[in-house]
Design a protein around this ligand. Sequence first.
Ligand SMILES: C[S@@+](CC[C@H](N)C(=O)[O-])C[C@H]1O[C@@H](n2cnc3c(N)ncnc32)[C@H](O)[C@@H]1O
Length: 476
Amino acid sequence: MEPALMGTNRSVGQETQLERDKLEKKYKPIIAVNQALNRQLVSFQANKKIPIYNWFSYKEGFSSDMVKLFIKECPKKKGVVVFDPFAGSCTTLLSAKELGYDSVGIEIMPIGNFVLTSKLTLEKIDLEYLLDGIKELRKVNFETFPTNSEYSFKHIRITEKAFSTVNERKLNGFLNYIANLKDEKLRQIFSFACFSILEKISYTRKDGQCLRWDSRAEKSKAEFDKGEVYSFDDALFSQLNQIVNDLRNMSFFGTKPRKDVKLELKTESSLEILPEIPNESFDIVISSPPYCNRYDYTRTYALELVYLGINEDRIRDLRQSLLSATVENKDKIDLLKKIYKEKGRLNDFNKAEEIFNSNSALQEVLGILKSYKESNDLNNPGIHRMVKNYFYEHAFIIMEMARVLKKGGRIYYVNDNVRYAGEVVPVDLILSEFASNCGLTVKNIYKLPMGKGNSSQQMGKHGRQEVRKCVYYWEK
Ligand SMILES: C[S@@+](CC[C@H](N)C(=O)[O-])C[C@H]1O[C@@H](n2cnc3c(N)ncnc32)[C@H](O)[C@@H]1O
């Protein structure tokens, strides 16, 4: 057993729910359906019809309407600073800006910064100027445009053959054309339009844990039809048309945006950046971390990462730096210890470990998963380590979120419970207990009207049991 991480050792057959039941009982009075929240609002779905937010589908995102709802619920109205330590496509930051509030975000994947920069460029662009640029772009024959490998799409192993020969040729022609565009703003906007259609023009579909390959792709082994694979020009110009129409029809970023509204995105790991943020910096945290569900963002967004120039080695490093949520993640104990030691905060390091180790419900579930691992009853032996690291790192994240929140401040945290080998991991209760250990008051655990479905495989083997999808509301 690792010295820092406990996890009682039980043999299979001795499983117990006792500690999880105790926690369930403790929080039962505040677990309730909130009629204002539904699955659309809490997921990316509600963004699909909303300009700005639907220009790039970040399927793991939540909706701008949900963010605005929470910001408006906040009793403080002036000088509010909003924070999101897992900013993703920056829904929280952009929604705060729309309402005229300052915001800070942290997002480790370069996708977040690229999307944000592009949208802020679009906010300022003169529409006529953009239309002229698009007119010029339409004149280019991407298929025959001379290419230089320096500017072309540099595949990594898992993206090879993602495009048809024609689409790949056009994509590279386009990339070489925009590389020579003098106007930086136009280059950013065109590049963003192309970035947003990569999935559409490819043989791949984002599918949670990985990229699914259409049978038409040369390297595909499975029978899968993703539907239409768009031609490069059609997809690109339809994307640009949509953006132009949206810009025409709306007043960008609210009707009366405060001119000096501040928006800052830090592009490193929250585990490293959070400890540097001064105490009591923010009024509201609205965030959604990666779920403990094995989804690998670096694989799902491989096309977009490669497009942004991230090579195989950097993608591998990125995978390990993300909050642990896949079976491949190694623990970050040494890294965290180093960070806290350098800052003279070893007491806080010990405090976070204590929060992790003393959570009986968590240790109960880890003990069971460990015994399942030893008896080969987990469909991947890495699941035990993933769950352990997920909560270990979350002890630090929650301790820091509590510290950087102002008194009276609120945290809204969106997450799903999960279930492995029939064992429900009550992520909502364990993280809320962590929050309580950090001095926060757990005000509500808002359950969405219908819990997440279980896979038919899990249900057949372990019976039907609802796995909650929740928004936690904690207060300082
Ligand atoms: C559920 S998504 C958030 C989506 C976001 N709410 C939105 O609407 O776009 C979680 C995000 O956390 C990011 N992430 C994972 N580990 C991180 C870390 N250590 N530091 C900062 N961001 C991280 C992922 O890249 C992902 O974009």
